[in-house]
Design a protein around this ligand. Structure first.
Ligand code: ZN
Length: 128
């Protein structure tokens, strides 16, 4: 259950812990922490290196499944599919890196939700 909650929140680019806070405020600009629960997104320097696994993995999976399907299944010309596949390999990871980072944060939060993760104290106002 928590897996699906974390996955859906990451696909919506929301904080995996509370689901309310946004992770990005621009296309490639991230918030430092969640403004609702204080979860720090970048745990340490180099933390997002792990998100490459998600980005590369999905790209490789789509190409590995898509190329044979298009060439042998739908009988499309191999050279056209090859050029399309190469374009996909360049453009898709550029678009998907936001989701890969978000999925990495959610995966990390799912595996290690403990106290070792840095948090910012969010002060609640009495007016709410
Ligand atoms: Zn949050």
């Amino acid at each position: 259950m928590r897996l699906w909650t974390h996955l859906l929140r990451s696909l919506r680019l929301r904080c995996p812990q509370c689901g309310k806070g946004r992770i990005y405020y621009a296309f490639s600009k991230m918030f430092h922490h969640c403004v609702f629960c204080g979860l720090v997104y970048e745990r340490e320097s180099g933390y997002f290196l792990g998100s490459i696994y998600f980005n590369y993995g999905l790209t490789a999976l789509v190409v590995t499944g898509g190329y044979p399907l298009l060439v042998f299944g739908l009988k499309l010309p191999a050279n056209i599919v090859l050029w399309g596949t190469m374009a996909f390999c360049v453009l898709f990871p550029l678009w998907f890196f936001r989701y890969a980072r978000s999925m990495w944060i959610a995966f990390d939060q799912l595996i290690d939700p403990g106290v070792s993760r840095p948090r910012i104290q969010i002060e609640k106002s009495d007016e709410e």
